[in-house]
Design a protein around this ligand. Structure first.
Ligand code: ADP
Ligand code: MG
Length: 329
């Protein structure tokens, strides 16, 4: 048995995880075989799960705190994309012997921070020891009014396509973290790496989209690929104007140094911003809702007849990309 984690599995759960469960009665302080969630008759439960492995989804020596935050936030982003309010989550951790002494405390701290920021509670999980890389999984549960989950399949020809925040920061941030982009100023690197490590799920806005958006998804694989998912589920195509894609000043800086990075922006993924389709008649309402929760929203294109996502430059030439998004296999 390795020196880390210290103590027994039960001691570890009692010390680090049980305190995160106190606000959900049905978690039984993580001291029973399973948890119980009661849910009111007019709501339905939305369930999502993400897996993360060191070296693929986070950098192995990122702090336990930011790894926890990314793990929770990627799932919160999926809930937001369905219009759901966060409720509870279950956590799977496969710990390794090479973790720093305070790793678990940092990890639990990151979870505690985001639990209070987003209103979600730990209700259970599993803890094992891994002889391979650090491996984490999280299953999140959210609630929407019955029958009101926002699907990918509702986009209609003529809908406008919006995206929250800025795109491309995370993919460019990963390159910076890997020691590429040496000419980029330090402030820009720091900002972009921060966006890679700690995404900002659009939880408040997600809930407000119920009854308004015709289709939503979050950008995890890449903007073109994820908009492509809306298109294939809805049997439509989409036109995107490159000039309308919102970039942070750090990403703009990077693209000015290397124009090929624009492909990263559109296909790199890990953005956890929301793509939102709405009929033009409700676009003002949508913009007002976004403003009410302080989220920047940019119109980037429209839904058209067809089946593909086409990206156009300012002079109306269509741009081609080798790959539409991140591929796991
Ligand atoms: P089992 O043997 O049935 O898998 P465990 O002994 O692994 O149960 O877990 C005991 C309790 O601790 C359960 O309520 C379980 O949900 C909880 N638990 C175990 N690991 C975690 C974790 N990583 N996060 C939250 N709860 C956990
Ligand atoms: Mg177990």
């Amino acid at each position: 048995m390795s020196e880390y984690p210290p103590g027994s599995e039960f001691e570890l759960i009692r010390r680090h995880f049980a305190p995160l469960s106190v606000s959900e009665e049905g978690a039984y302080q993580l001291d029973d075989d399973a948890a119980s969630l009661s849910i009111s008759a007019d709501k339905e439960l939305i369930v999502t799960k993400d897996l993360m492995i060191a070296g693929v989804h986070f950098i192995s020596d990122d702090s336990g705190r930011t790894i926890a935050q990314k793990l929770l936030r990627t799932n919160l982003s999926d809930l937001a994309a369905m219009g759901a309010a966060p409720r509870a989550y279950a956590l799977g951790v496969a710990l390794t012997s090479n973790l720093r002494t305070n790793w678990l405390s940092e990890f639990a701290d990151g979870l505690a921070n985001d639990q209070s920021e987003y209103g979600i509670t730990l209700i259970g999980g599993d803890t094992i020891f891994s002889s391979g890389p650090l491996f984490l999984s999280l299953t999140a549960f959210g609630e929407v009014p019955k029958g009101c989950a926002i699907r990918r399949s509702g986009a209609q020809i003529g809908d406008l396509v919006y995206v929250t925040g800025t795109v491309g920061d995370s993919a460019i941030g990963l390159m910076a973290a890997m020691g590429e982009l040496t000419k980029l100023p330090d402030w820009a690197k720091k900002y972009l790496i921060g966006r890679y490590q700690i995404p900002e799920p659009r939880v408040k806005l997600g809930k407000l989209l119920v009854g308004l958006a015709s289709a939503t998804t979050d950008v995890s694989d890449g903007l073109i690929a994820d908009l492509g998912h809306i298109c294939s589920s809805s049997n439509v195509g989409a036109h995107i104007d490159l000039k309308d894609i919102p970039l942070s000043s750090a990403a703009r800086n990077a693209c000015a140094l290397d124009s090929k990075l624009i492909a990263k922006v559109l296909t790199g993924g890990d953005d956890y911003e929301l793509l939102i389709c709405v009929p033009p008649s409700v676009s003002t309402k949508l913009l007002n809702k976004a403003e009410s929760v302080d989220v920047k929203l940019s119109k980037i294109g429209k839904i058209v007849d067809g089946s593909d996502v086409s990206v156009f430059s300012e002079d109306k030439t269509q741009l081609k990309f080798e790959q539409q998004g991140y591929q796991h296999f």
